[in-house]
Design a binder for this molecule. Structure first.
Ligand SMILES: Nc1nc2c(ncn2[C@@H]2O[C@H](COP(=O)(O)OP(=O)(O)OP(=O)(O)O)[C@@H](O)[C@H]2O)c(=O)[nH]1
Length: 147
């Protein structure tokens, strides 16, 4: 699989992305890396989870923790280990965590929109040559802009 196989619209408007690979298959990890690179270039910042599946098959693990850690650090990925064969609990945790993150970000965006729509703020931004200072003084905003 290469980046050419991916439809950009699948990630362009996404609020989050889950990239899954099998710890027993090095090729699936290489594909996960390709996907992580691609998502990073097309839609950033975004919450991206890297899911290492088949955690029950540790004896056949061919992807090293160092490689996984490096990839997560490179693209700021949330990391999860799952085992589809051991039930839905671990996979469910991935979806719940990502949904909570997305909800948190959307709430912050709403807050930012309301802040920017406040007539007093808008007027100040228009007249104030130091609008960046005003923005950074607003802690919530600063956090949002960094996200
Ligand atoms: N032991 C174990 N087997 C799994 C796990 N997840 C999937 N499998 C098994 O792996 C096989 C392939 O699963 P699929 O869901 O078809 O995944 P796939 O990506 O199409 O196939 P693979 O390339 O083998 O990963 C099936 O026999 C699954 O039951 C897991 O977490 N643990």
């Amino acid at each position: 699989m290469t980046a050419d196989d991916i439809n950009p619209h699948q990630v362009l408007w996404a609020d989050c992305v889950i990239i899954e690979f099998a710890i027993t298959m090095a090729t699936s990890f290489q594909i996960a890396r390709t996907l992580a690179e691609y998502v990073h270039t097309i839609n950033q910042p975004i919450s991206v989870a890297l899911v290492a599946n088949k955690s029950d098959m540790i004896e056949r693990k061919t992807v090293s923790d160092t490689e996984i850690r490096r990839l997560c650090a490179e693209y700021n990925l949330l990391f999860f280990e799952t085992s589809a064969s051991e039930g839905w609990t671990s996979m469910n945790q991935v979806f719940v965590t990502l949904a909570q993150r997305v909800q948190h970000i959307l709430k912050k965006k709403e807050k930012l929109t309301r802040f920017m729509q406040n007539p007093a703020v808008a007027a100040k931004l228009r007249s104030n040559s130091h609008s960046e200072t005003l923005l950074s003084e607003h802690g919530e905003l600063e956090l949002l802009l960094c996200h």
